[in-house]
Write a protein that binds this ligand. Structure first.
Ligand SMILES: *[C@@H]1O[C@H](CO)[C@@H](O)[C@H](O)[C@H]1NC(C)=O
Ligand SMILES: *[C@@H]1O[C@H](CO)[C@@H](O)[C@H](O)[C@H]1NC(C)=O
Ligand SMILES: *[C@@H]1O[C@H](CO)[C@@H](O)[C@H](O)[C@H]1NC(C)=O
Length: 629
């Protein structure tokens, strides 16, 4: 390993003396000429990328039709750029204008695109059922759109296929297949056809893997940062063609094994990874979207590879929100499923809030202390113990809190972000995420040699999954619990699968936990107010060929969320703030009447602004009636 790096280093000096330049991906192999070919395509890193999801283009959409007929026919209020606030899909006018806006406003500002699926209309019109060809055609149309924005002709190559100037990373949505939600073990016709449709986006050496399972890895900053495109169809609870991640015969099992090996390889190469997929690992009283065995492995993997995983990005739910995965508590109350209405979406968000209201409560001032400690580079010792009794008690409280959340970086938890959709169930929306590019000026010299050798056959298969044959239903347990169990007599209940190694004890916290290169710093949520736009179009203020613009809805650093970065601790704080009022209400209810009166007066804080903002933002600012309750 070391000698390869050495070689690369030597080689790098020979070919390039300029700062880090973004490599066009997907077509680079060690056999490609090392420099020159892509010279015109190389770009410095911007520290920013686009996350966009759930386009749902519908070429049957017609303005002026009925929203009860999928905006395909009848007379009704459907607008030129879509029927905001309804279940109708996106007209091509909206899709086209969105790509134009991206080209004009983001093209030179971003390093890669995370595109999390559902790139075709819903199967929601009985009179016009979808065909497999239509699904492929719409997806090909969407791919072509990305190529038209980010594809660049390369004169040196003989074939006319343009190379991508930046990586675009797709993934399967539950509507990108037929019947929707049903995805069989690969290879199948979908993995084969999409390998072609997405040929510009899937690195050549990942093509085989993709055809096998519909998953792949792309190095977006070669040698430093990979994006792992998960095929969440194999985790999805509504996919009745598969059965979770526990049995070796299941594609979900295979997928998790592949993911484990990918993360292991990335760790060994000192690389980081962003995970992405369509269906997020939602798991609350209001909704559970993954098979439980998949959720458990995923949460365990992300916890064990917490030095590698930068963050996890999803779509599908159409509402803007996030989830905390708790690595040592698994406690699902009930199960809900299927398509959700706005009111059940509100219930779902309420159930998240309830979860968050029982997060370990922080002693006052602790986050400020952690922050200043981390600025001085020593977080392990938050303010040395005071001598007096009160100081000691305070100290104990702090330590107890830190123990509960997994130390000063809250490593007990991981975070998944679910971005709102482009399809205007509310308003069309897209997200630009900033990440830290400190110290990346000179890292990627010559790494084009190394691009895409994330290959299962090269590493990793020296550790076959442990299989203690048959038995053991509760084999999916966290290492902490395993340790406890081992101490007891219960030795034979070893997990049936290989539990990943944790980070080495000397490894610093990963970019999801402590601000460093690749840490997600914040995002800007953009939206387009179609109501306003349609009013202007109706008034004749937008001309014959109306355009659509996106404006900022909010940023994570603004005065409401006040997130200094997107580390897990920052999300922990935000979640605690969103959950806060419930905890106070509970307290009030518990005490005797005299105290209750007193506390009712003292706690006259009628609304929780952060929870209100979270709810409003979940629906992209679209007016939703039942929000006030
Ligand atoms: C959208 O763009 C495609 C080309 O990519 C074009 O064929 C189509 O007519 C456009 N549709 C609308 C409604 O603008
Ligand atoms: C990026 O990480 C470095 C630590 O490696 C830190 O000093 C710097 O402030 C971070 N940048 C931003 C913009 O937060
Ligand atoms: C959208 O536009 C409508 C009509 O102009 C306006 O009433 C509403 O406040 C706007 N909403 C947002 C979130 O901008």
């Amino acid at each position: 390993m070391q000698s390869i790096f050495l070689l690369l280093g030597l080689f790098a000096d020979a070919i390039s003396a300029s700062p880090l330049e973004q490599q066009p991906l997907g077509r680079i192999r060690p056999t490609d000429p090392p420099a020159g070919l892509a010279e015109g395509l190389r770009k410095p890193l911007r520290g920013r990328f686009l996350h966009i999801t759930d386009f749902h283009p519908d070429d049957l959409y017609k303005p002026g039709t009925s929203i009860d007929r999928s905006c395909h026919r009848g007379k009704g209020p459907s607008g030129y750029f879509g029927a905001e606030g309804t279940e109708c899909d996106s007209p091509l006018s909206l899709v086209n204008e969105t790509f134009r806006w991206i080209e004009e406003n983001l093209k030179d500002e971003i390093d890669f695109v995370i595109w999390t699926g559902d790139s075709v209309r819903h199967d929601n019109d009985e009179k016009l059922p979808r065909s497999a060809d239509e699904i492929m055609d719409l997806n090909a149309f969407m791919s072509q759109k990305w190529i038209s924005v980010f594809g660049e002709e390369v004169r040196e190559t003989s074939n006319a296929v343009p190379m991508m100037s930046i990586p675009v990373i797709p993934t399967f949505g539950n509507n990108d297949i037929m019947p929707h939600n049903i995805f069989n073990k690969g290879p199948n016709k979908w993995t084969k056809r999409f390998a072609e449709i997405w040929s510009q986006f899937i690195p050549e050496d990942q093509r085989h893997t993709f055809v096998e399972g519909g998953w792949f890895t792309t190095e977006v900053v070669p040698g430093r940062l990979a994006v792992i495109s998960l095929n969440t169809m194999y985790f999805f609870d509504s996919n009745s063609a598969v059965d979770g991640c526990k049995a070796k015969s299941e594609p979900g099992y295979e997928h998790m094994e592949w993911l484990r090996v990918q993360l292991k390889i990335l760790r060994s190469r000192n690389m980081k990874a962003i995970l992405m997929g369509h269906v997020p690992p939602a798991r609350s009283k209001g909704k559970k979207s993954w098979d439980e065995t998949c959720w458990q492995k995923y949460t365990l993997w992300v916890h064990q590879y917490r030095d590698v995983v930068v963050g996890s990005l999803y779509g599908h739910m159409n509402i803007d929100h996030f989830m905390l995965q708790d690595s040592n508590k698994v406690n699902i109350d009930s199960k809900a499923d299927g398509k959700v209405s706005i009111s059940s979406k509100t219930d779902y968000l309420q159930s998240l809030r309830n979860q968050w209201s029982s997060l370990p409560s922080a002693p006052p001032g602790i986050f400020e202390e952690l922050e200043s400690a981390s600025n001085f580079g020593d977080v392990s010792e938050v303010e040395p113990a005071k001598k007096d009794k009160r100081g000691k008690k305070k100290e104990k409280k702090k330590q107890k809190f830190l123990d509960k959340i997994g130390g000063p970086w809250a490593e007990r938890y991981s975070v998944s972000l679910a971005a709102p959709s482009l399809v205007p169930n509310f308003f069309p929306s897209l997200r630009v995420i900033d990440y830290n590019i400190t110290g990346l000026d000179d890292v990627a010299h010559g790494v084009d040699m190394f691009t895409h050798v994330v290959d299962d056959t090269a590493f990793g298969l020296d550790d076959p999954a442990i299989d203690t044959s048959g038995a053991g239903d509760d084999s999916l347990i966290s290492p902490e619990i395993q340790k406890k169990k081992k101490k007891g007599k219960d030795k034979k209940k070893k997990p049936k699968f290989k539990v990943p190694e944790p980070p080495s004890s000397t490894a610093p916290p990963g970019p999801a936990y402590s601000n460093q290169a690749f840490t997600l710093l914040g995002y800007t949520q953009y939206y387009s107010n179609l109501t306003k736009l349609h009013e202007q179009i109706a008034a004749g203020d937008r001309g014959d060929d109306p355009r659509l613009d996106y404006e900022i809805e909010y940023t994570t650093s603004d005065d409401v969320y006040q997130m200094k970065d997107l580390t897990v601790l920052s999300f922990f704080q935000l979640a605690s703030r969103i959950g806060e009022e419930v905890a106070e209400e509970k307290q009030t209810g518990d005490v005797n009447s005299q105290d209750a009166d007193w506390s009712a007066v003292r706690k006259k804080k009628p609304v929780n602004d952060v929870w209100q903002a979270f709810l409003r933002r979940a629906f992209v600012g679209f007016p939703v009636d039942d929000l006030d309750e």
